[in-house]
Design a protein around this ligand. Structure first.
Ligand SMILES: Nc1ncnc2c1ncn2[C@H]1C[C@H](O)[C@@H](COP(=O)(O)OP(=O)(O)OP(=O)(O)O)O1
Ligand SMILES: Nc1nc2c(ncn2[C@@H]2O[C@H](COP(=O)(O)OP(=O)(O)O)[C@@H](O)[C@H]2O)c(=O)[nH]1
Length: 227
């Protein structure tokens, strides 16, 4: 079996983690795991962790580390046959240490995007709340304005994506992410990408991953029978 590949993508809100994760998943056959998606699934299924997490998310707060690790680590432990890319976790040092005790990461991508760019993107981010799919009127507009492409349901904007909330969110990100970034730097697995446009950053990420993942993982490869 091809060697499994485990990666994490980090960056402030609006840096393009979700957008780039989708491209990586498509190009390299990794499973895109998202902490936000796990939380939404657990909230929808009314699990114990989901009910607890909801009380924090509704107040615009981060979910406590012990709830996040209780929720995510068992899911990762189950993924013994898959290569994956995790988006949104770890975001604190405690989460990173817990992840470290579960698996060895091959690579960490950190996105470094200027404040003005984040502000512009997030003030125009439209979200389909049930799925977490995101749109941006300039960059990837929905086919029908204000509606999700797949379900046709209405899109919403989050108050905390608006500029008034962004400075505090970014300050919080910088404070909690710094020790995580330092940890991955010391392990020699951190790769930082800077820029204002996803389309210009993507080729660099693509070529880095091409050197690390020689072929699509076996589990995702289609076997075409010989004629
Ligand atoms: N690793 C985590 N630790 C604690 N709370 C988390 C974590 N990941 C997600 N959450 C919480 C806080 C978020 O408000 C909520 C939804 O997450 P997510 O869908 O990633 O949206 P977000 O809009 O806050 O992130 P971003 O702006 O970076 O995309 O879940
Ligand atoms: N204008 C513009 N918008 C982008 C670009 N890359 C991503 N976006 C949009 O910016 C917003 C934030 O991207 P997202 O992937 O959700 O970032 P995340 O918060 O780090 O997961 C979304 O509305 C994306 O559609 C870009 O290069 N230019």
């Amino acid at each position: 079996m091809a060697k499994l590949f485990r990666a994490v993508i980090m960056g402030p809100p609006g840096s393009g983690k979700g957008t780039i994760s989708e491209r990586i998943a498509q190009s390299f056959g990794l499973k895109h795991l998202s902490s936000g998606d796990f939380l939404r699934e657990n909230i929808a299924a009314n699990t114990e962790a989901g009910v607890l997490a909801k009380t924090y998310i509704e107040r615009g707060l981060m979910v406590p580390d012990n709830v996040m690790t209780r929720l995510l680590l068992p899911r990762l432990e189950e993924m013994t046959r898959h290569s994956w890319l995790m988006d949104g976790f770890p975001c604190t040092l405690a989460q990173a240490k817990a992840l470290n005790s579960t698996c060895d990461l091959d690579l960490v991508i950190s996105l470094n995007i200027p404040y003005e760019t984040l502000k512009d993107r997030l003030s125009d981010r439209w979200i389909h709340p049930a799925s977490g799919r995101v749109y941006n009127r300039g960059f990837n507009p929905p086919r029908v304005q204000g509606r999700d492409d797949l379900s046709g349901e209405p899109l919403i904007q989050h108050d905390n994506d608006q500029p008034e909330a962004l400075v505090a969110r970014l300050r919080h990100y910088k404070d909690v992410a710094k020790p995580v970034i330092d940890l991955y730097k010391s392990k020699g697995i951190l790769h930082t990408f800077s820029g204002t446009e996803t389309d210009r950053i993507w080729p660099y990420i693509n070529s880095l991953l091409s050197t690390k993942i020689p072929s699509r993982p076996e589990t995702d490869t289609q076997h075409i029978p010989m004629p």
